[in-house]
Design a protein around this ligand. Structure first.
Ligand code: BEZ
Length: 211
């Protein structure tokens, strides 16, 4: 069965470009992003992995580690990293998992046989400090992801884990948020000293509480 939100992220041991890891131990107490790409030495993947290297400080600010996976070998990952640096200006500064026997890919349902029998699709798993899966996204091989969007979701996940709010469409860190429907108006008044605006009884807007 596919991995669902709230499941514990399966633990595994694997070879990476930064040595052998046990996944849960590598995650430690922070947040993590595990993402797969179809193949080394391919154009879209080259742009994606360079972009994630560029954004690494943004992930670090959010106490979030990133790790990539494909069914290629550590040797190929290392050779390809040179191309990524040359063409994208950023060398992967995070581990790339080698999964030639597809063990981790199968564990995480990253191979979708009707899309491709042997290669991983573009999966993203965001994992919380409790090792639970907080977000899953699947893109086809032909479409590169927007990793700024993954950062935006992490901002939302971290905010909503701490406060009784949800984030509206296209929300960005610092913008107004929504009071969760499970709070009564009286509870909301107590929790949000800056107050809230009830556009509808079920649509109550409040300034982001941690700003
Ligand atoms: C790419 O990364 O460009 C790619 C990989 C596999 C299939 C199609 C495109």
């Amino acid at each position: 069965m596919a991995i669902q939100l709230g499941d514990t992220a399966p633990d595994f041991e694997a070879q990476t470009t930064e040595g052998n890891i046990r996944f849960h131990e590598w995650l430690g107490d922070g947040w993590g992003v595990l993402f797969s790409h179809p193949k080394d030495f391919t154009p879209v993947c080259t742009t994606e992995l360079g972009e994630v290297a560029r954004l690494k400080p943004e992930f670090a600010k959010r106490n979030t580690k990133v790790i990539a996976l494909s069914v290629d070998s550590v040797d190929d990952h290392r050779k390809w990293s040179g191309d990524i640096e040359e063409t994208q200006g950023h060398r992967p500064n995070y581990p790339l998992i080698a999964d030639p026997d597809r063990r981790v890919a199968q564990l995480y349902g990253m191979i979708h046989p009707k899309a491709d029998n042997t290669l991983t699709v573009r999966s993203v798993f965001v994992i919380g400090p409790d090792k639970k899966v907080k977000l899953t996204i699947t893109y086809p091989a032909s479409t590169g992801r927007n990793f700024e969007e993954i950062l935006r979701v992490i901002d939302s996940l971290q905010l909503t884990a701490q406060h009784s709010v949800a984030t509206p469409v296209n929300w960005r860190d610092g913008e107004d948020v929504i009071v969760v429907p499970s709070l009564s108006d009286e509870q909301a008044r107590a929790k949000f000293p800056k107050g809230f605006k009830a556009v509808k009884p079920y649509l109550r807007i409040t300034p982001q509480p941690n700003k």
